[in-house]
Design a binder for this molecule. Sequence first.
Ligand code: PLP
Length: 382
Amino acid sequence: MIPYSRQNISDADVAEVARVLRSDFLTQGPEVPRFEKTLSDYCQVPHAAAVASGTAALHLACQAMGLGPGDRLWTSPVTFVASANCARYCGADVDFVDIDPLTFNLSAEALRAKLESAEREGKLPKVVVPVHLGGQSCAMREIRELAEHYGCKVLEDASHALGGKYDGGPVGDGRFSDAAVFSFHPVKMITTGEGGAVMTRDAELHEKILRLRTHGITREAGLMHSPSPGAWYYEQLELGEHYRLTDLQAVLGTSQMARLGNFVAERRRLAARYDERLAGLPLQFQREEPGAVSSRHLYLVRLENGRRGEVFAAMRNAGIGVNVHYIPVYKQPYYRTLGFPADYCPEAERYYAGALSLPLFFGMTEAQQDEVVVQLAKALKN
Ligand SMILES: *Cc1c(COP(=O)(O)O)cnc(C)c1O
């Protein structure tokens, strides 16, 4: 089976993890801050907090932004469930903003319309979570402007987009948001096994996230309620989680970051090769958002013939690990129990009915890619 994505682990990655395994610290040593420095340098942003997963990063960012019961978080329906679940962990409500039919990203126009009516009803969201689908940035300039006008925070779900660019700068640099989140799951742009990070320009938000990732505990005298009686002393100021990344994971991330440029370049080369070879087929391709350079985490197509189910099955039978990104989140039984109808967002429905992700990863051979093209053409013809 040719997978839709997979990690690439070098001898240097293995040597680095082995070095840390033999060192004094398996966790809470020097490798987590070193990884954070590598990430923040790469993204040209002052603060990075490495955490246990992309989901943990979303949860911590929401918690640090003060999201709670009675508040609302809006996101795209075409995303992994974690982009919405982060609000539920905080006791807040979720709503979905429909996608743009051409870029498949959360639509800035739909957001504008929804914000206008929410303002009239006094139901504005506290946090908006644009998701950079497949590694392609949303229209962040427009989204940021709207959020500023209506007084909402912006949390980018950039789980797919490490190595991508927007408006001339790296995704994650925080020019158009309060914070951005990455995931380091093995199918993503780089991996730490499981892992994630929150990038921000906001020093106060960053300090809160650092505290919340380790139970809400502080050792800073300035923050404590009582004078410290000795070096053993710490205080828990609020209810946090245990969402730390280990040094074993962090060193893998630092080692992987050295090759991120190669990962992106090769994914983009292969994606361009797909573009050429699939051009004549009855497919809709993800249109580039103006100013965005996609990391090409995913190669998404939308079948125009209404036979996605059959084509998906034929591809899997032919050993091609196609996938679907994503089932609109409101369709999940859990979200249906919260009152969402099964066809809540028309554009997301239209996209989902034809959505297919083709294999794309660093290390994929041209022969493998040609096999995907041949099998897809065959499946579409039958
Ligand atoms: C992978 C992913 C997440 C969650 O990341 P984990 O590291 O698996 O917790 C969140 N949002 C999107 C869009 C993702 O693809």
